[in-house]
Design a protein around this ligand. Structure first.
Ligand SMILES: Nc1ncnc2c1ncn2[C@@H]1O[C@H](COP(=O)(O)OP(=O)(O)OP(=O)(O)O)[C@@H](O)[C@H]1O
Length: 255
């Protein structure tokens, strides 16, 4: 178990055909930290995130979140336990508005079904207005007011990335998984992202695991780093230590 028992993946292995994408990988994340997973292309970073969120089924290993093993859960059950995520390629409904995309995220969490909605109309209505309130809160938090009624296809890429982040936040997660949040962003947008990450951790109290290639963002925004290469862990520690680790330097620069 990690220092405060918040999150631990232990001995995760998965292979595709003959390719060992991850072999006996462990990841410890403390509550309240921003933890980066770094490594060269094909190192297994996204695969690890996918095993945690259960998009992929690991061949072996355990994932403990707040003391419970979540490795047998379905992806939506993982979300209900308090783990939300974003994807490397934005996965939004491109012909719907910013607001509706966020509401959809929240609806996947609804506690009432269609029959109870009919029987307990008042309760369903209350739930709907709670959803809207939460979505409005996140729209304010991420400064998305100007875009709330715009169609996703019509807003800049950087805003789309923020909406995806918002859709994860409306789930009110305790742990947020971000897959390459800075990819496709310009320098200014990446700086803004660094502020959002800090605010999400400090103001919302959400722990973050992010897969990231932008080393400046990793150095500026992350508390700890796990470096992977060829499906194995190379190093774990504070960003300034990990980037100096000879194995990590070698993995990035080649022999
Ligand atoms: N669904 C899949 N089917 C087959 N092979 C896969 C699948 N997912 C990942 N892999 C393989 O597993 C290895 C690790 O891939 P992964 O996407 O996790 O790397 P990564 O570190 O996230 O790379 P990048 O930085 O380029 O996104 C690669 O060899 C990849 O081709």
């Amino acid at each position: 178990m990690s220092d405060n028992g918040f999150f631990r993946a232990a001995g995760i292995s998965i292979q595709f055909g003959g390719i060992k994408a991850l072999e006996n990988v462990s990841l410890d994340v403390k509550q309240g930290e921003v933890h980066a997973i770094i490594g060269p292309n094909g190192a297994g970073k996204t695969t690890l995130l996918n095993c945690i969120s259960r998009q992929y089924k690991a061949d072996s290993g355990q994932v403990f979140f707040q003391g419970k093993n979540i490795l047998k859960l379905k992806p939506h059950q993982v979300v209900s336990r308090g783990i939300a995520r974003t994807f490397q390629n934005i996965e939004l409904f491109k012909n719907m508005t910013v607001m509706d995309n966020m509401l959809l995220g929240r609806h996947s969490q609804r506690a009432t079904g269609i029959f109870s909605d009919i029987l307990f109309y008042g309760k369903a209505r209350q739930q709907e207005s709670d959803f809207r309130l939460k979505v409005e809160e996140v729209i304010d938090f991420l400064d998305l007011q100007a875009y709330r009624n715009r169609i996703i296809n019509d807003v800049p890429y950087g805003v789309q990335k923020n909406v995806e982040l918002g859709r994860a936040l409306v789930m009110e997660p305790r742990l947020l998984l971000l897959d390459e949040p800075s990819s496709g962003l310009n320098m200014e947008e990446t700086q803004d992202l660094a502020f959002w990450i800090e605010d999400i951790r400090d103001d919302l109290g959400i722990t973050i695991i992010l897969v990231e290639h932008d080393m400046r963002l990793v150095m500026d925004s992350c508390d700890r780093v796990t470096a992977l290469d060829y499906g194995g862990v190379l190093a774990v520690g504070e960003p300034k230590e990990v980037v100096k680790n000879p194995d990590v330097v070698k993995a990035y620069l080649g022999e």
